[in-house]
Design a binder for this molecule. Structure first.
Ligand SMILES: [Zn+2]
Ligand SMILES: [Zn+2]
Length: 128
């Protein structure tokens, strides 16, 4: 007797070759959780909080990442799998940004390497 198939809407059923929407959806959820788990291992919550704390104190993300021993790309990449992360990061950037930088201008980004949301927006604005 072959083993009964897993029910539709499960990643196991997708692995047995079913491509229906429900099974494919379950597979994507599975993939997301797996990526999320991997990201959490690479960049665990206590380290995330430490990075945010440092940025709030005025460290640039690249410096904050270096201090906790991770790559700054890891800090930025997290917003792809954790939508709330970008908001927390931006909150910390706004709290810790230098008061003497002209924020929201290309100068802030180019000359002061400020990556607060306003300077990033100014930097990415298409040229007139
Ligand atoms: Zn199915
Ligand atoms: Zn800025």
């Amino acid at each position: 007797m072959p083993r009964p198939l897993a029910p539709h809407g499960t990643a196991n059923r997708w692995r047995t070759g079913c491509g229906c929407d429900e099974c494919y959806g379950a597979h994507l959820d599975d993939l997301f959780l797996w990526r999320r788990k991997k990201a959490d291992l690479r960049f665990p919550a206590p380290i995330r909080n430490e990075v945010l704390r440092l940025i709030r104190q005025g460290y640039r993300p690249v410096e904050a990442a270096r201090r906790v021993g991770i790559h700054v790309q890891t800090v930025y990449a997290r917003s792809r799998i954790d939508p709330a992360w970008q908001g927390r990061l931006d909150g910390a950037l706004m709290a810790g940004r230098r008061p003497d930088v002209p924020h929201g201008t290309p100068t802030g980004y180019r000359h002061f390497w400020c990556v607060c949301p306003e300077c990033r927006a100014a930097h990415h604005k298409p040229k007139e």
